[in-house]
Design a protein around this ligand. Sequence first.
Ligand code: SIN
Ligand code: CO
Length: 381
Amino acid sequence: MKKLTLLGNITPTEFLRNYWHKKPLLIRQAIPHFKAPLNQAELFCLAERDEVESRLVTHFNKKWYLQNGPFNQTHPLPATSKKEWTLLVQGVNLHHQEADALLRQFNFLPEARLDDLMISYASQGGGVGPHFDSYDVFLLQAQGRRRWQISAQQDLSLLDGLPLKILRNFRSEQEFILEPGDMLYLPPQYAHDGMALDECMTYSIGFRAPTFQELGEAFLQFMSDTIDLPGRYADADLKMTKHPAELSKAMLEKIAKELKKVEFTKEDITVFSGEYLSTPKHSVFFDLPKKPLSPAKFLLAAKKHGIHLALKSRMLYCSKTIFMNGESFEVDGVDSKLLVQFANTRALKGDSLALASMDMQETLCLWYEDGWIHLSDNHSS
Ligand code: SIN
Ligand code: CO
């Protein structure tokens, strides 16, 4: 397999075998001559927006403090000349084309596992303190220098009474200074502490790993929409009781017999997983086309210029089931080939589109109206 610069001199297969979930990897110049797609001013602008999740961590006078955004004139960020603060902006890929393109460089990993690109800005001395994350993370240095101290320590106990997770006993085992373009991979639960040596920006490529509890609760919710139990409780054989408050064995047996009819198939799990994993986060709102074209005009333009997924769209598939932003449907023949290609590359060329069935073309019109897809080239509306 082709070697990627992104992982230094190792292939994705070697990375997955030797490092993923196992041990840290420092990749010097993962992206040589890296130029951060977003500068500090653009990041601060994003943090002003209501629909963008942002947090401010300060460590003034040795006290940790956390505030949620947005940060604007009425709720300003500290001056950049003031030391020891960090702004964290989540989901930058949902709002910025180049940030999305950067995240897509990690597509040797399944999209269902990729979460988002978080960007942090830290003033000199800033950081979020020694902690661990529950997910794998790639920390790409985008601007300035950051000193990372890391540790495989088992003691992950946290300090009490703080607004953020800070390790009680962090003992650094290794230390690296990252410059722009350098990247550090950390497995889940690996203790780390990053301190800005200069004003700096760090890009975190984060992963998604739902807890089994979360999956179980969501699955039961999903099943509640799909179960079909006809009939109603009945007891033609009812006997007189001397204990009116008692739940009888007969009643419980009848209920158990009916409830045992609830079963889930492999297909239920596939549909649930695809819908669940393709559902955008609660905070996501799609941008509707400003002046939507009529379906006929949209299709004409789409066949000429092609289409692409909106940055906020999540599209997955499993065999012939397509999942788009939490919805699922079955497709056949050429539509299946086209939609699988669309999901993998997030774009479709106009001439491919011309092969789509009427059903698929109608669906594309609806997706366009909902802001889930856009026309390519200069047709951004
Ligand atoms: C940061 O960028 O300041 C925090 C990233 C992390 O430690 O996961
Ligand atoms: Co972290």
